[in-house]
Design a protein around this ligand. Structure first.
Ligand code: F6R
Length: 361
């Protein structure tokens, strides 16, 4: 990819082969995305090996985490949908919701185990006497959990936190079942792993150049993607946005229907004057029929102002299959987009700088 010391920036016509991706992907982010089915299975095994007793918490479940460690809680809640029997809340902050009580399960999720917001939530949960569980690779969180006798789901090291999405989702689902907030989905997760393997073949780097994920990446190149979800796909839209931010290192935003029909749709009128914005609509077979009508109409009404527009649908039968299907697609698109931009998807330097600067204060 480098000629005379100058890195050639590929264009939309560039091949998205394993070789082309390897040319930018210094830390093997592609391999971690392709391993999503294995991560689902390994996560089940790890949760089971953590041997946690069921602990009924009538006030529900709070998942405390940030960024790539929080998204699993949001995806788990989406996958449980109407089957959640108690509140499931994701907090991305320094504190727990004010209604947290000793009858709440607080799952503290931090890949590194050193994220200060999550550590603060762990301590608040302890002070409140709430039941705690921890999912992490180590760090201060693991140290405190061990000292306090708090159950710990151990994660494998060596990933970017955002690449552990399957682990975090399975951990949240299993803890939800353990505390009575939802049904146990263990066998569905296992079946979803096999389903995801088929999609890896269909959308992965060995698939034809006109396969879906590669085409979407080419269509989004040079634009600011606005990713739109609804219901089950709302946290997936947010996952797409954050993966495009962190892997392709460019702006991207997400929103949800029906809310965006009450404000953001008007903003699209000025989109062309300000830049090249593209739209990605994430549909689901089980979406509310009126939401589907809205998606059709919204896509049509903004079409003239969008540099590109895609309407995608979840694949699979069960909710967990459907959630994971579009997470996989978005993760692949973000790595292909990074490749087309000539950018290494792995490092998140500014994020690390910010954490280091904050630690000095
Ligand atoms: C990095 C990433 C970040 C981290 C976040 C919290 O790949 O996705 O969003 O997840 O900064 O750090 P952890 O996950 O270590 O608690």
């Amino acid at each position: 990819m480098s000629e005379g010391g100058v890195t050639a920036i590929p264009t939309a016509d560039a091949a998205l082969s394993r070789e082309a991706i390897a040319g930018v992907d210094s830390t093997g982010q592609l391999a971690d995305v392709l391993a999503l089915p294995d991560h689902l299975r390994d996560a089940l095994w790890r949760v089971e090996s953590a041997i946690m007793e069921d602990w009924d918490t009538s006030a529900g479940l709070v998942v405390a985490g940030m960024g790539g460690s929080a998204i699993g809680g949001a995806l788990a809640r989406a996958a449980l949908g109407d089957h959640a029997s108690r509140p499931i809340f994701v907090t991305r902050a320094y504190g727990l919701p004010p209604w947290t009580t000793p009858d709440t399960m607080v799952l503290c999720a931090s890949y590194s185990g050193n994220t200060e917001e999550t550590l603060a939530c762990y301590e608040s949960a302890g002070a409140l006497g709430a039941r705690r569980t921890v999912v992490t690779t180590g760090g201060r969180l693991a140290e405190m959990a061990r000292a306090d006798g708090v159950p710990l789901i151990p994660l494998p090291g060596g990933f970017q936190p955002r690449a552990a999405v399957a682990y975090m989702t399975v951990a949240a689902l299993e803890v939800a079942a353990q505390c009575g907030a939802g049904p146990r989905l263990t066998s569905e997760i296992d079946v979803a792993a096999s389903h995801t393997e088929q999609l890896v073949a269909e959308w992965g780097p060995d698939a034809p150049e006109d396969s879906l994920a590669k085409e979407i990446a080419r269509g989004l190149l040079g634009t600011t993607p606005v990713v739109v979800g609804a219901g089950l796909t709302t946290p997936i839209a947010y996952r797409w946005k954050t993966q495009i931010n962190e892997n392709a290192k460019q702006p991207s935003f997400s929103n949800e229907l029906p809310e965006l029909d009450h404000n953001e749709i008007v903003g699209w009128e000025g989109a062309r004057e300000l830049g090249r914005f593209s739209a990605v609509f994430l549909d689901d077979s089980d979406a509310h029929p009126r939401v589907k009508e809205r998606m059709d109409l919204t896509e049509r009404l903004i079409a003239d102002n969008a540099a590109a527009s895609f309407r995608l649908e979840t694949r699979g039968q069960t909710a967990i299959e459907r959630v994971i299907s579009l997470v996989l697609l978005g993760d692949l698109v973000s790595i292909y987009l990074a490749t087309l931009r000539g950018i290494d998807p792995g490092p998140v330097t500014v994020l690390d700088e910010l954490k280091a600067a904050l630690a000095e204060r």
